[in-house]
Design a protein around this ligand. Structure first.
Ligand SMILES: Cc1cc2nc3c(=O)[nH]c(=O)nc-3n(C[C@H](O)[C@H](O)[C@H](O)COP(=O)(O)O)c2cc1C
Ligand code: SF4
Ligand code: SF4
Length: 244
């Protein structure tokens, strides 16, 4: 089994890892340079960001050659996978392929303004392995699913919604506050390497996926995107990434 994954705060990475087990191989769509992936099972595991898939994953999937009779996609999300499966399937269709199996997996919401309440987050994490076991059982029988019923939101509407969200919270105004100790950890946390440090100052580039991994994982809670700043009550990342 080969799994192509993208992850900011670890939900999709943890899911990919649990599905792959010991035998499967993981490829990070944010950093892998592979051109071709061939296996009996090829999986795509990624988060839904504002109703659709991350741009980096889209670009990777458009470029990579896939050879498999059974392609599955798992979209992790706080509520709904939005257009993610439709986008993935459309990219595959252009290669003469299609999804055999598609399932969304609800996990704690990494979007700070919609943070999942603590008790609910705990219960979602507690049942994570069990829900992945169900997926693994389906995969072992090569079960085929119809395309998920998540309502297709028109792309224009999704783009407009994202622009409004970004504008309202001023997401492009990325900065660190006085708590930053220049430890450089956020440079590692960023899946797309959009952060650099110059003269002990953190600088954000232009290829941000707004995955919120840097804000969520900075121990000093020193990163702020416009009006968005994490607090102890809203902070979240999947526990598996601190174990790794
Ligand atoms: C900027 C942003 C936008 C998001 N948009 C959605 C969304 O439209 N629908 C949804 O159900 N969850 C949304 N989420 C929640 C994530 O899809 C969810 O927490 C996912 O499991 C995170 O995966 P990751 O930890 O692998 O990055 C969003 C999260 C972020 C950071
Ligand atoms: S923002 Fe946080 S993680 Fe990044 S260098 Fe500063 S203290 Fe470290
Ligand atoms: S800069 Fe922060 S929010 Fe943007 S992609 Fe990197 S980790 Fe994610």
């Amino acid at each position: 089994m080969k799994i192509l994954f993208f992850s900011g705060t670890g939900n999709s990475y943890a899911t990919a890892k649990l599905i792959a087990g010991r035998e499967g191989m993981l490829f990070d769509m944010a950093s892998s340079v592979i051109e071709k992936v061939k296996d009996e099972y090829v999986g795509i595991v990624l988060p839904c960001y504002c109703n659709d898939i991350p741009q980096k994953a889209r670009e990777f999937l458009q470029k990579v050659q896939i050879e498999s009779d059974y392609i599955f996609a798992i979209v992790t999300c706080g509520l709904s996978a939005g257009n993610s499966f439709i986008t993935i399937n459309n990219i595959l269709k252009e290669k003469g392929l299609q999804l055999s199996y598609a399932k969304k997996l609800v996990l704690p919401d990494s979007c700070i303004v919609f943070a999942t309440k603590t008790e609910k987050a705990k219960s979602l994490l507690a049942s994570h392995q069990e829900r992945v076991n169900e997926i693994n059982s389906d995969l072992s029988e090569k079960i085929k699913t119809p395309m998920p019923k998540d309502k297709k939101t028109p792309t224009m509407y999704t783009k407009l919604l994202w622009r409004l969200f970004k504008g309202f919270y001023k997401l492009d105004d990325k900065k660190t506050n006085g708590r930053c100790i220049s430890c450089g950890k956020c440079l590692e946390y960023c899946p797309v390497k959009n952060i650099i440090m110059q003269d002990k100052k953190i600088i954000f580039g232009d290829s941000c996926e707004n995955c919120f991994a840097c804000i969520q994982r900075c121990d000093k809670m020193a990163i702020q995107f416009g009006k968005i700043q994490v607090s102890n009550a809203t902070r979240y990342y999947h526990p598996i990434i601190s174990e790794d």
